[in-house]
Design a protein around this ligand. Structure first.
Ligand SMILES: Cc1cc2nc3c(=O)[nH]c(=O)nc-3n(C[C@H](O)[C@H](O)[C@H](O)COP(=O)(O)O)c2cc1C
Length: 371
């Protein structure tokens, strides 16, 4: 009851105020507040008692890592690792930092973030604004994280890195920095799908992705690595990338990234006119990410763990992705629209949805969707 009331209050009181202000300014305020709250351990303990998941049916071990809840924060919310300490209290089972790149990047010209309230979407044009691998690894080293931390790594967004070979060297350098630092309870997300970068480097050609993964294999990484997939490729192109991925030391795939296709039916068209650049999160990613989760599960559900991401705004949404084949689920936009208690609400309602379908544990539901 408390969670439902707080969610209602967020939507009726806080959200209308937040939505009056510039989205990036609100984002900076919220992450700053999260950082401060994260330091007050007594307060976190109280919040955690109310909101963190204690349900045994949601607890999983995946790639040697324990997840108390299947719901995580996707890459892109916490570029500077500010909210890592407060998220567990809100019920998150894991969270991503980044995308982090070998070289720092100040971000694309503003506006880098926009709202499409009717489409339940955000316009994203950040281009990997981050402090770089070294500074981030230093900040994260020797800290204790109570939930797994996904370190999202991508190609540095600088014009000098504009060949396939240099891009691979750049990504490998960033991975090495994290391998040589002491970031506990973590895994990697290799972001091959950011749509807002300089140059023509691509890992969408199977042979180019193969070249990259040959080099990451050689690192013999100590932590599992997941590939963050695009959703704008065709089924056929996606299948070819998956065929490559399963030949390498990769634990799974995250499906997927932002929506590039402005013709997706979830858009309320007049909201798009305002944004000449950028790509889109939220409901416009929902359908395509679901199609590709189903495809990946049918092809390689026995070899790859799937993390479903895109347009999750409720427990029912998360459950749809799980039944399509996702073992874990990530979100960002749902959090902005539904508020900070969304994850606690999902943790509360998911066990009920599982029970209704006579599943004793979340793992039994994965991939059970019948078309
Ligand atoms: C503000 C913002 C920034 C993002 N930046 C990144 C990023 O740096 N790396 C990445 O892999 N995905 C990034 N994404 C994509 C999200 O991780 C996610 O794939 C996408 O938003 C779909 O999930 P959602 O509908 O729950 O937001 C970003 C998304 C948003 C909204």
């Amino acid at each position: 009851m408390l969670i439902v009331t707080l969610s209602y209050a967020y939507k009726k009181l806080a959200r209308p105020i937040f939505f009056l202000f510039d989205p990036e300014a609100v984002h900076n305020f919220v992450t700053g507040l999260g950082e401060v709250l994260g330091e007050v351990s007594e307060l976190n303990a109280i919040i955690s008692k109310m909101f963190s998941s204690k349900s045994k049916v949601l607890k999983q071990e995946i790639a040697g890592i324990e997840f108390k809840s299947p719901i995580g924060l996707a890459a892109g919310f916490d570029y500077e690792a500010k909210v890592v300490k407060v998220l567990p209290s809100l019920g998150f089972g894991f969270n991503s930092v980044g995308t982090i790149t070998n070289y720092p990047y100040a971000g694309n010209p503003k506006p880098r973030l926009g709202r499409l309230p009717k489409s339940r979407s955000l316009m994203v044009y950040k281009g990997f604004k981050n402090r770089g691998a070294l500074a981030t690894a230093e900040k994260l080293s020797n800290q204790k994280f109570s939930i797994p931390l996904g370190i999202s790594i991508g190609k540095s967004n600088i014009p000098q890195i504009n060949t396939q070979k240099d891009a691979i060297l750049d990504i490998v350098s960033a991975l090495k920095i994290f391998e040589n630092s002491n970031v506990s309870n973590s895994y990697y997300e290799l972001n091959i799908s950011c749509p807002n970068l300089f140059g023509n480097v691509t890992f969408y050609k199977p042979e180019y992705l193969n070249d990259l993964l040959n080099e990451t294999d050689k690192l013999k990484l100590n932590k599992p690595i997941f590939i963050k997939m695009p959703i704008e490729l065709s089924n056929n192109q996606t299948m070819k990338l998956l065929d490559i991925i399963v030949r390498h030391r990769v634990a799974g795939v995250i499906i997927g990234n932002l929506q590039k296709n402005r013709n997706d039916k979830a858009f309320v068209k007049d909201e798009l006119k305002k944004w000449k650049v950028g790509n889109f999160s939220g409901k416009p990613t929902w359908k395509r990410s679901n199609e590709l989760i189903g495809l990946a599960y049918r092809m390689y559900g026995n070899k790859l763990t799937i993390i479903g991401c895109g347009g999750v705004f409720s427990a029912e949404d998360a459950y749809t992705k799980i039944k399509l084949g996702a073992s874990l689920v990530q979100l960002i936009t749902g959090l902005i629209f539904e508020g900070p208690f969304l994850v606690a609400e999902i943790n509360k309602d998911l066990p009920l949805l599982l029970r209704k379908d006579v599943f004793k544990h979340i793992s039994e539901a994965v991939g059970t969707y019948e078309e």
